[in-house]
Design a protein. Structure first.
Length: 290
DNA sequence: CACTTGACCTGTCCGC
DNA sequence: TGCGGACAGGTCAAGT
């Protein structure tokens, strides 16, 4: 699922819903989704209050009064959905909100709070994971050491952006954009959207990209992801926010999943190709290889 | 090291 | 309607 805008949307939702709540218990049915849960949950999670919800790249960090942090990676199909004690499921809900009862067959972990509210970690494909780590150790985990800068930070410049790609000179620009150690948070949707915005073919080698093109890609990455956050992310498939609602960015997408439809700028039919092992959408007229 | 490809999973959709 | 294969918001461990 989730790229930076989706994870940030979940973070904002959770921050308003679970900060201050005390964990009463947790159940988990998949050791793959929460390794070590048997030992760690009892010692570091149960009885702890949620003090903050943070994000770095696509990783969520739920900070606890036990001085432990619950790390959550949603990977492709992970969801974190909060359900209040008095919620009713079924007919009568708005079309974009939670319409079925949880837990369901994709629920991997359920956290229960003292007031009876619940947080469901659903993950159809079981790629996502949770892990409890001492909060002071979080900055030292491998992920934090390797991950690239946050592209939406105010002090992150076009020059900073271009420099990050030096290491990936011989790969395609799309593969480099997807590399989380270059720049954090870009995934398949926003890579395609940004490259279309910059009129750069995704297969072009990083070494062939001109300075002016890097600047354009940088601007597109920032503009597109900021818009996506504003729209609550993209629900291309299974993504929902912390209230179970879908995101609206797909209504604004210019190329992603729009193969066969006209390019919004020139009318040429958008095509789908394969780049870096991922489905990739381009305008064949405006995004040239040469 | 830098780079590519398959593997990890479950579910859905499309063609025969 | 059934069945096989391709594919899906992401990383990893293996290869070269």
């Amino acid at each position: 699922m989730p790229e930076l805008p989706e994870v940030e949307t979940v973070r904002r939702g959770l921050a308003g819903l679970i900060v201050g709540r005390v964990v009463r218990g947790a159940v988990h049915d998949t050791s793959k989704s929460f390794p070590n849960a048997d030992e760690d949950v009892k010692r570091f999670l149960v009885g702890a209050a949620v003090t903050d919800v943070k994000r770095r790249a696509k990783l969520l960090m739920i900070e606890l009064s036990s001085n432990y942090t619950l790390l959550v990676h949603l990977k492709m199909t992970g969801q974190l959905v909060f359900v209040a004690p008095d919620v009713r499921f079924g007919a009568g809900h708005p079309s974009d909100s939670l319409v079925h009862e949880l837990p369901d067959k994709s629920t991997r972990v359920t956290l229960e709070f003292a007031d009876g509210s619940q947080l469901f970690f659903n993950d159809q494909r079981k790629f996502g994971w949770m892990k409890l780590v001492p909060s002071v150790e979080v900055p030292n985990i491998d992920f934090m050491k390797k991950v690239g800068p946050e592209p939406l930070e105010a002090d992150f410049t076009a020059a900073d952006f271009e420099k990050r790609f030096a290491r990936r000179a011989r790969s395609s620009i799309k593969a480099a954009l997807l590399d989380q150690t270059v720049v954090a948070g870009i995934g398949n949707i926003y890579a395609d959207e940004s490259l279309w915005g910059a009129k750069v073919h995704p297969v072009r080698l990083v070494s062939s990209i001109k300075k002016s093109e890097f600047k354009k890609i940088y601007e597109e990455v920032r503009t597109v992801m900021a818009l996506a956050i504003e729209k609550g992310g993209s629900s291309n498939y299974t993504y929902v926010n912390a209230k179970g609602e879908k995101g609206k960015y797909m209504d604004f997408a210019r190329v992603f999943r729009r193969e066969g439809l006209p390019c919004p700028r020139c009318g040429t039919t958008i095509i789908k190709i394969r780049v870096a092992g991922r489905g990739t959408h381009i305008c064949p007229k405006e995004q040239k290889l040469a």
